[in-house]
Design a protein around this ligand. Structure first.
Ligand code: F0G
Length: 424
C-alpha cells in the first residue's frame, strides 16, 4: 500500500445530493444540515486519475482496501477489517444457456466475512466510527446490517446496538448478531419504523449511526463495482441488483462512475433494480415516471432482507436508474423462491431470498424481451443462503425418513437393488 505522505494528498469533501451544500471531510452528520437530504462523499477525481493505477495496484489482493486511493480513510493503520470483498464473479454457463444468455455472471457477495455485502460498508463505516472516538454504534436492520455491524464493532472494541423489526428477521442473522455480542432490541413495527427510531435516538443517546444513510457505508460498498470491472476487464452491459433501502444500487452506480472518471472504465452499465412485489415503491415510481416515491405502509415479502416500504436512499436509486438508462422491476415471492432454487441447482450457489430477486428479475426481464442474448449481464447476489435456513427448507422437497436398511433406502429413492456377481 501507499505510504502515508502520498495518501495525505487525497482530498474529499462531503456534499448534499439535493442542495449541493459542501462540508469538510471532518463533518460527522449523516444528513445535510441545511436541507436534511442525503450526503455523498466527493473526491478530487482528476488528481486521483493522475496516480491510478499506481505501481503497487496490481500486487494488492482484490478486496475493499485495494482501492484505498478512492476511499475516505487516509491512514491504512486505522482500518478495522475482517478481509472483506474480493468475492467471486461466477460465469454461470448452465443457467445462462437455460435463459438464452452466453455471458451471464453472478457476483456472489455471500462470500464476505459475515455472509453479505454489508461487510464492505462496515469496514469503512466502523473504521470511521473508531477514528472519531465513537463509544457505541447503532443500526436498524432487516438482519444483515445488524450481523455485519455487530461483527465489525466487536473487532473494533465498540459497543453495538441493533434494532430489528419484531419477529421478522431470518434466524441465521439473529444468531450472528447475538453471538458477536450486540445488544439486540426487537421493536414492535417494521424496518422503516425501526430506522426512524434509531435516527431520532442517535443524537440524544450518543450513538454513531451505521445505516446506509451514512455515506461512509456507501464508500465501502461501491468497491464491489470496481471489482466487477476488474474481474471482467471492463464494465458489464447490464447490472441487476436487489433493492431494499436502496443504498447498494446507489453505491454500485457511484463506483462505476468513479472508475469512469479516473479513466479505468470506458463505458457505464445500465442499472436494473429489482424489488419484491409487496415492497416496491421505487419500481412503482419508475413505472409511473415519477421522480418521487410513494412509501408502502405495510411492506410484505418472503425476502425479509428487502421488506422495506420507505427506502431512505430512494432518490439516489432513481438517479442511478435514470442516469444509466436502466430500469426497475418487481418480482413475486414465488418468482424469488423459484430463482433461489434454480441458482442453487444449476450453479451450486446458495443465496438468500433477497439475493435471488436479482435472478428472478433477470428471468422476468429476459422473457419480456428487455435483455438481449448477447448482453454481458452481472447479477449481484447479496447474501448467503444459510442466513435464512427456514425459508430454504420450506421451499424444498420433504426429506426421506427410513430405518437402517438397504432395501428401505432403495425403496425410498425409487431405485432397483443390483445383484452383485457373488450373490448371483
Ligand atoms: N440483499 C440483502 C441480502 C440485504 O440484506 C439487503 C438489505 C439488500 C439486498 C438491499 O440492499 O438496502 O442497500 O438496497 N438489507 C438491509 C439490512 C436493509 O438491514 O440488512 P439495500
Amino acid at each position: 500500500m501507499n505510504n502515508k505522505s502520498s495518501r495525505e494528498r487525497v482530498m474529499f469533501q462531503i456534499e448534499c445530493i439535493t442542495c449541493g451544500q459542501k462540508y469538510s471531510s471532518d463533518m460527522t452528520s449523516y444528513v445535510c444540515k441545511s436541507c436534511g437530504d442525503l450526503l455523498d462523499i466527493r473526491y478530487n477525481l482528476q488528481d486521483i486519475a493522475e496516480r491510478l493505477p499506481n505501481p503497487d495496484w496490481a500486487s494488492r489482493p482484490l478486496g475493499v482496501w485495494k482501492y484505498l486511493e478512492l476511499l475516505p480513510i487516509q491512514d491504512p493503520t486505522e482500518i478495522v477489517s475482517l478481509k472483506e470483498g474480493g468475492t467471486s464473479l461466477h460465469h454461470c454457463q448452465k443457467l445462462g444457456s437455460r435463459l438464452g444468455l452466453e455471458k451471464l455472471f453472478v457476483k456472489n457477495e455471500g462470500e464476505n466475512p459475515t455472509g453479505s455485502f454489508k461487510d464492505r460498508g462496515m469496514t469503512v463505516g466502523v473504521t470511521k466510527a473508531r477514528k472519531i472516538g465513537a463509544k457505541a454504534v447503532i443500526c436498524a436492520s432487516t438482519g444483515n446490517t445488524a450481523s455485519s455491524l455487530a461483527a465489525y464493532a466487536a473487532r473494533a472494541g465498540i459497543q453495538c446496538v441493533v434494532v430489528i423489526p419484531e419477529g421478522k428477521i431470518a434466524l441465521g442473522k439473529l444468531a450472528q448478531a447475538m453471538m458477536y455480542g450486540a445488544k439486540v432490541v426487537s421493536m414492535k413495527g417494521n424496518f422503516d419504523q425501526a430506522l426512524e427510531l434509531v435516527m431520532e435516538s442517535c443524537d440524544q443517546l450518543g450513538f454513531y449511526l451505521l445505516n446506509s444513510i451514512n455515506p461512509y457505508r456507501i464508500e465501502g460498498q461501491k468497491t464491489a463495482a470496481f471489482e466487477v470491472c476488474e474481474q471482467l476487464g471492463s464494465p458489464p452491459d447490464t447490472l441487476i441488483i436487489p433493492v431494499g433501502n436502496a443504498g447498494n444500487i446507489s453505491a454500485y452506480w457511484k463506483g462505476f462512475n468513479e472508475f469512469f472518471s479516473v479513466g479505468l472504465n470506458q463505458s457505464l452499465p445500465r442499472m436494473i433494480g429489482i424489488q419484491a412485489f409487496g415492497a416496491s415503491p421505487i419500481v412503482d415510481a419508475y413505472k409511473k415516471d415519477s421522480d418521487v416515491i410513494k412509501p408502502v405502509d405495510t411492506p410484505e415479502t418472503v425476502a425479509t432482507a428487502i421488506r422495506i416500504g420507505k427506502p431512505v436512499s430512494w432518490k439516489k436509486a432513481l438517479r442511478a436508474i435514470h442516469e444509466s438508462k436502466g430500469m426497475a422491476e418487481s418480482v413475486t415471492d414465488d418468482e424469488i423462491l423459484f430463482a433461489q432454487k434454480l441458482l442453487a441447482r444449476e450453479e451450486g450457489l446458495f443465496v438468500e431470498p433477497a439475493s435471488a430477486a436479482s435472478i428472478a428479475g433477470l428471468i422476468k426481464l429476459k422473457d419480456l424481451g428487455e435483455i438481449d442474448a448477447e448482453e454481458r449481464v452481472v447479477c449481484v447476489t447479496t447474501g448467503h443462503g444459510l442466513k435464512d435456513p427456514e425459508t430454504a427448507i420450506k421451499s424444498c422437497e420433504e426429506i426421506l425418513v427410513i430405518e437402517k436398511s438397504v432395501e428401505e433406502l432403495a425403496r425410498s429413492l425409487k431405485i432397483p437393488i443390483r445383484i452383485s456377481a457373488a450373490q448371483a
